[in-house]
Ligand binder design. Structure first.
Ligand SMILES: Nc1ncnc2c1ncn2[C@@H]1O[C@H](COP(=O)(O)OP(=O)(O)OP(=O)(O)O)[C@@H](O)[C@H]1O
Length: 396
């Protein structure tokens, strides 16, 4: 399949339809290219990050550039975004990705009765997430930010993962023989991604080998969203992200691809029970739970609870997915009978959003205007004297 290379976007030619959301790193706008797409049939999401200045996030440029570099490597996978284009000015770095009109999995969960999904819905979404992570791992990319807020729903009802600024590349550690890989892939039915094996033939480290030490950005406050219980977004505290952190990261042992399988276990738990399994009253208690508390399963044990339990093995080397990656997960009983090769063909995914009519409010939102700092209101001479740190005035 031919993949389009990312184009250079021009801010002057873009019309902002609306603001899709604001994250810790940037603001995402729904835009159309009014020159190339005069009928505005193909709006896309433009993530705009203000370059680091004295006032803004010190790290912003580096993270934005990293995210662009990761996105530019993602080709031809239905569950990962393609990079539509990039632009850079003195003040911003921005890039376009496909628009996901269905919101994210967390918001969708909040719209359900009891805030949980049925096992068949979970099976559908998790299968697509597994395929996305499988692809990333085959590219030697560990995602490190799997959480429902980063699973976006496309107009088609299928998912894509977003937010790659916390991802890292790892060196492949172990190559297994072709025959062994062949056997596993045959059994998994994961033919769609078989060609990747020839590119990387990466599987995962032998249990006795040490885990690679890389610094985690997992608990960074910048990866959290604003609090809003109406929309189902998580609280702004560190806890939300911490609830997805694996024991090896808490211990500071370094981590491997298996952190993504741990996070998948947490996500499955949260989708089935409406809460994460290790949440404590504070960060310390959450981490203590992550390290030592077994996950509690209410009700009867099923293939789904078995899969969750295996993904939530505190020892990463025993965790499902550690030895053979996604293939092991795809073979689990929970997915029995699932045609992995036909996932993208599912024409009626669990939730479909009606087609949106775009209200093209040309010129209503101007990106430069949007980011312009509020003018500073001058304080009265009396106040300014009072607040002044000037030594002469203080002496006076
Ligand atoms: N492709 C997209 N289509 C629709 N909405 C999107 C898209 N990408 C991002 N958004 C929305 O924009 C908001 C902010 O996006 P995003 O999470 O990527 O920003 P961020 O700065 O990286 O955030 P954080 O690091 O805090 O998670 C989110 O609410 C998200 O749902």
């Amino acid at each position: 399949m031919e993949t389009k290379s990312p184009q250079e976007l021009n801010l002057q030619k873009l019309t902002v339809v609306k603001v899709l959301g604001k994250g810790a790193m940037g603001t995402v706008f729904l835009v159309t290219d009014r020159v190339a797409d005069t009928t505005a049939r193909s709006p896309f999401a433009l993530k705009v990050v203000q370059k680091s200045t004295f006032h803004t996030k010190f790290d912003a440029d580096r993270r934005a550039r990293w995210e662009i570099s990761v996105l530019s490597r993602l080709k031809d996978n239905p569950f990962l975004p393609t990079l539509i284009g990039t632009l850079e000015t003195e003040e911003y770095i921005a890039w376009g990705v496909p628009y996901c009109s269905g919101g994210d999995l967390n918001v969708l969960r909040y719209r359900q009765n009891d805030r949980v999904f049925s096992p068949s819905v979970i099976r559908f979404y998790v299968a697509e997430i597994v395929c996305a992570i499988e692809y990333l791992h085959h590219m030697n990319i560990v995602y490190r930010d799997l959480k429902p807020e980063n699973v976006l729903i496309q107009q088609s009802g299928h998912i894509i993962l977003t937010d790659f600024d916390l991802s890292r590349t790892l060196n492949p550690k172990t190559y297994v023989s072709d025959s062994e890989t062949e056997h596993k892939e045959k059994n998994s039915g994961g033919r769609k991604f078989m060609h990747k094996r020839n590119l990387t033939r990466v599987l995962f480290a032998a249990p006795e080998k040490g885990l690679k030490k890389i610094k985690s950005a997992r608990v960074s406050p910048v990866s959290r969203k604003r609090p809003s219980f109406i929309t189902g977004e998580r609280s702004n505290s560190f806890v939300g992200t911490e609830e997805y952190v694996s024991p090896e990261v808490v211990r500071g042992d370094g981590h491997e691809f298996a952190v993504d399988w741990w996070a998948l276990g947490i996500l499955m738990y949260e989708m089935s029970y409406g809460k994460t399994p290790f949440r404590g009253a504070n960060r310390k208690e959450t981490f203590r739970n992550v390290l030592s508390k077994p996950p509690e399963f209410i009700g009867k044990r099923t293939a789904m609870t078995d899969l969750i339990q295996r993904l939530l093995d505190k020892d990463p080397t025993k965790r499902l997915g550690y030895n053979y990656g996604a293939v092991e997960i795809k073979e689990h009983e929970f997915f029995r009978g699932l045609r992995w090769d036909l996932l993208t063909e599912v024409s009626r995914p669990p939730f479909l959003k009606p087609l949106e009519e775009y209200d093209l409010m040309v010129g209503k939102i101007d990106i430069a205007e949007y980011f312009r700092p509020e003018p500073v209101v001058p304080t009265s001479p009396l106040n300014s004297t009072y607040n002044s740190p000037s030594p002469s005035l203080a002496e006076f």
